[in-house]
Write a protein that binds this ligand. Structure first.
Ligand SMILES: C[S@@+](CC[C@H](N)C(=O)[O-])C[C@H]1O[C@@H](n2cnc3c(N)ncnc32)[C@H](O)[C@@H]1O
Length: 309
């Protein structure tokens, strides 16, 4: 089995936020290569407990191996963090971590199909037990639906043009590989010395759609609040602005001393209530210079922390 190596980001910041202590109970919804999980278990030695999960079977195996030295102090399950509250007891945790996105091994293993820089099948499933792959979506979704995905989850300005070209090309030949899709986009939108590859946003959008990443995040945040004790903290690391906006809005909504019905906050329609959370970080925290220099993949990471009241 190839080594599963993922460099965890902002470990010091996560530990400063969660303050792991002996006897404390923690949940890591994105255990990945277990870098953060190992740091939390080490900092909460000798009696801290960690419940962890990941959608990716390879990550779960790697994490269990990596955490062997903490045997008897953790349980790792394969699954979506949106379901954490289904197996971690309510109000039991002192800290919960969600470190979103994909791991380095997911990006680097060509067969997973996450990267347009690697020749592989158009897959992108974090959980390979799921039925719908990126190829399935690209070959069967209606043109309008593809355009919506590229626009909504990728912010791709050429969403309609790309969707139209995909529907035209797939009538001749199914899309099966990352290179096929990246090639089509390069032909329509040549790179012309631009820093980012023209397929970047389309690949991000497909990944978010295939894995229902935003829906999982919304359910995961709500679940995390259920399993936290009063005074427990939720730390979330995001890697793009869509995710960060969901986390920011969630924190703000839980920290308000009122609720409102409808989509717009009109003062006359507010219902007073006790806030459920306190914002520990008012602004998102970014990695420091040293980490940025050492780990280029950390450059888009943003950490937000809230505390349950
Ligand atoms: C950035 S990596 C986490 C790395 C980890 N913190 C470490 O120290 O190695 C993100 C991980 O989250 C997993 N993941 C993403 N969304 C998930 C979800 N909704 N439920 C469970 N795992 C998820 C991915 O499979 C991936 O392994």
């Amino acid at each position: 089995m190839p080594d599963f190596v993922h460099k965890p980001v902002m470990v010091a910041e996560v530990l400063a936020a969660l303050k792991p202590k002996p006897g404390g109970r923690y949940a890591d919804g994105t255990v990945g290569g277990a870098g953060h999980a190992a740091a939390i278990l080490a900092a909460s030695s000798p009696t801290g407990w960690l419940s962890g999960c990941d959608r990716d079977g390879a990550a779960v195996e790697a994490a269990s191996r990596r955490l062997a030295e903490f045997a008897g102090r953790f349980e790792i399950r394969r699954g979506n963090f949106a379901e954490l509250a289904g197996w971690v007891p309510a109000e039991s945790c002192d800290g919960v971590l969600l470190d979103l996105g994909v791991s380095s091994p997911q990006l680097d293993v060509a067969e997973r199909g996450f990267s347009f820089q690697q020749a592989g099948p158009l897959d992108m499933r974090m959980d390979t037990r799921q039925p719908v792959t990126a190829a399935e979506l690209v070959n069967t979704a209606a043109e309008q639906e593809l355009a919506r995905i590229f626009w909504e989850w990728g912010g791709e300005r050429d969403s309609r043009r790309f969707a139209k070209a995909i529907v035209r090309d797939r009538a001749e030949k199914r899309f099966e590989t990352t290179r096929q899709l990246a090639g089509l986009i390069e032909r329509i939108s040549p790179r012309h010395g631009k820093k980012t590859h023209p397929a970047t946003k389309v690949f991000q959008a497909l990944r978010i759609a295939v894995n229902d990443e935003i829906g999982s995040l919304e359910r995961g945040l709500a679940g995390a609040m259920k399993i936290l004790k009063s005074g427990g903290r939720l730390a979330v690391i995001t890697f793009h602005s869509l995710e960060d906006r969901v986390v920011k809005e969630f924190g703000r909504a839980r920290a308000r001393d009122y609720t409102f019905t409808g989509r717009v906050d009109v003062p006359e329609l507010r219902e007073p209530r006790m806030p459920e959370a306190r914002l520990v970080t008012r602004r998102a925290v970014s990695p420091g210079e040293a980490e940025l220099a050492e780990n280029p993949r950390s450059r888009s990471a943003q950490l937000r922390v809230i505390e349950k009241i």
